[in-house]
Design a protein around this ligand. Structure first.
Ligand SMILES: O=C(O)CCC(=O)C(=O)O
Ligand SMILES: [Mn+2]
Length: 211
């Protein structure tokens, strides 16, 4: 089922939609100004990022993750999920510039970014919540998409009567998840039959530093 009754709000020159989804605070910005073409940026990130393919263990079975990933951020801001522990690489100039643009758009600071590289239609990400303790109880996550449009699924964890939303994420869109979104919803990017080219997604996050 498509995401119905979406509300379109005009704000600061870019279109922002607040998605009418219960128990969530999700907005979608379209065609954000990144100071260079989306295609140039996509190829720069594909070529210059230090990508890794991680092994994950789910239900006792070990698999290669069906995508490449990279973790950049402040020193010692490690990120652990699905049994993987990622040590940050130092910010590149390009990532710092993107971080500043996203921060000014969403009026929120971030100290790290997880990059996901979906090489083609066979890559994806399983349903999950970004609910690791180091992100805090009500994390703000700003997720920038570049390259091929892929569809994000959103499924409520407890209210089975609610539909699964399918949200297309075109190049240059920015999805911002806040509040209770991670507590009540899972999201993921499905592998698909239809062939497609590469997509890079950057999720800017804040790791809460231990005292
Ligand atoms: O690729 C996407 O749009 C989703 C990425 C994501 O959910 C994550 O990095 O946790
Ligand atoms: Mn996520």
């Amino acid at each position: 089922m498509e995401c119905a009754n979406r509300q379109l709000l005009a704000f600061g020159g870019s279109a922002i939609e607040q998605l009418p989804i219960a128990d969530a605070d999700i907005s979608l910005y379209q065609q954000v100004d990144l100071g260079q073409s989306y295609d140039d940026l996509l190829h720069e990130l594909i070529n210059d990022t230090v990508w890794r393919q991680e092994e994950i263990t789910l239900y006792g079975k070990t698999h290669w993750q069906p995508r490449l990933t990279a973790w950049y951020g402040g020193k010692d801001l490690n990120y652990c999920y699905s049994g993987i522990s990622m040590q940050p690489r130092p910010w590149s100039q390009t990532l710092l510039k993107l971080k500043a643009r996203i921060e000014s758009l969403v009026a929120q600071g971030f100290n790290s970014v997880l990059l996901n590289y979906y090489r083609d239609h066979r890559d994806g990400m399983g349903m999950h919540s970004d609910d690791e303790s180091e992100l805090g109880r009500r994390p703000v996550i700003a997720s920038l998409s570049l390259g091929e449009e892929r569809t994000l699924l959103l499924r409520h964890k407890y209210r089975k009567e609610l539909v699964t939303f399918k949200l297309p994420l075109p190049s240059g869109s920015l999805l911002v998840m806040k509040g209770d979104t991670q507590r009540f919803w899972k999201h993921g990017i499905m592998k698909q039959k239809q062939r497609c080219g590469p997509r890079v997604n950057l999720t800017f996050r804040t790791i809460i530093e231990k005292q």
